[in-house]
Design a protein around this ligand. Structure first.
Ligand SMILES: [Zn+2]
Length: 102
């Protein structure tokens, strides 16, 4: 994988790769009351932990969503499942929570 490919995908949430969503830019939110920042994905709801340090939140997002790294991808899936109560895995049965039949 070329550096250019990685750079082109840096700003997107990994859900486009794991859940086959459209490439979605994350949103940076500021909580005025608690003076914290967090970044979340409007497509799948994946989010960082809130932190008062904006740069730390951005760094955390980039680390969690690095494209083309299978370890990062596994960590992403674990976090996503924890955050959303989904049961996404790496085989063909990957489904986001809102599509899950109960
Ligand atoms: Zn996402």
């Amino acid at each position: 994988m070329s550096n250019a490919t990685i750079a082109n995908n840096l700003l997107f949430c990994l859900c486009y790769e794991v859940l086959k969503t459209n490439k979605t830019h994350p949103k940076l939110l500021y909580n005025r009351k608690e003076n914290t920042y967090l970044i979340f994905c409007p497509a799948c709801g994946f989010k960082t932990l809130p932190d008062f340090n904006k740069q730390a939140v951005i760094a955390s997002w980039f680390t969690s969503n690095r494209f083309g790294d299978s370890h990062i991808k596994n960590c992403w899936i674990t976090s996503y499942n924890k955050q959303t109560g989904s049961a996404v895995n790496l085989n063909e049965t990957m489904v986001p929570l809102n599509n899950k039949k109960s």
